[in-house]
Ligand binder design. Sequence first.
Ligand code: FPP
Length: 249
Amino acid sequence: MAPKHKTNKTASAVPRHIAVVMDGNGRWATKRLLPRGAGHKFGVDALKRLVRGCIAQHVPVLTVFAFSSENWSRPADEVRGLLELFVQVLQRETAELAAQGVRLRFVGCRDAFDARLIALIESAEADSAAQCRLQLNVALNYGGRWDIVQAAQALAASGEPFTEQALARHMCLADLPPPDLLIRTGGERRLSNFLLWQIAYTELYFSDLLWPEFDEKALAAAIAAFARRERRFGGVPQAPSSADGLRVA
Ligand code: FPP
């Protein structure tokens, strides 16, 4: 059977989809004797730089982890501050993002959000629907386990036979290529329940920078590291070809 994926030698060196765990806002603020919420505000600036960087590098899809299903366990004032920040950012930035050609989509469970945030999410998605330079997916109240369960429930309700392909069709972001590259800042080396299904063959890249420090140069370094990876998707290393200057039997 033909392979489903190409190895990196023939695939593009630019990821078609980058996923990002934007970690380190709190530590960045604490180091400067600022409240943790200030770190999240500066984190928005880093996200804006990331969007510009992805557009400049012709990355077509970007998915960022803005609030996990587990983030509700943070102190109530931090959770309130984050939800208020999402409202402010959506009010302030949606038109500018659309002007840059950014199409917005939100993934995650919306049940816990108030009507104001849900209305802003829906209008940001509707108002940017015609844009196609960069698809920006924001994971809000999202968890990889939640995603698998909601997909399983949708599949069960559909009555389709339970297969891997059928379940995949019900996962969030099923219409997009899976992430080629996952970047996590903040020095931790874990996935924290992000896109567990979608990242089965994603290349992982960990940066010690705290999220507010992440800039276009750091993005370029991550993409350059990705370009050096050999992707096998469970296969074997590619044999050297005559184009590599080696004799091939
Ligand atoms: C993790 O750092 C960061 C978050 C939980 C929030 C990320 C949110 C933003 C950058 C704002 C984005 C806004 C929109 C509308 C998408 P942390 O607080 O866990 O940092 P720490 O590990 O240093 O404590």
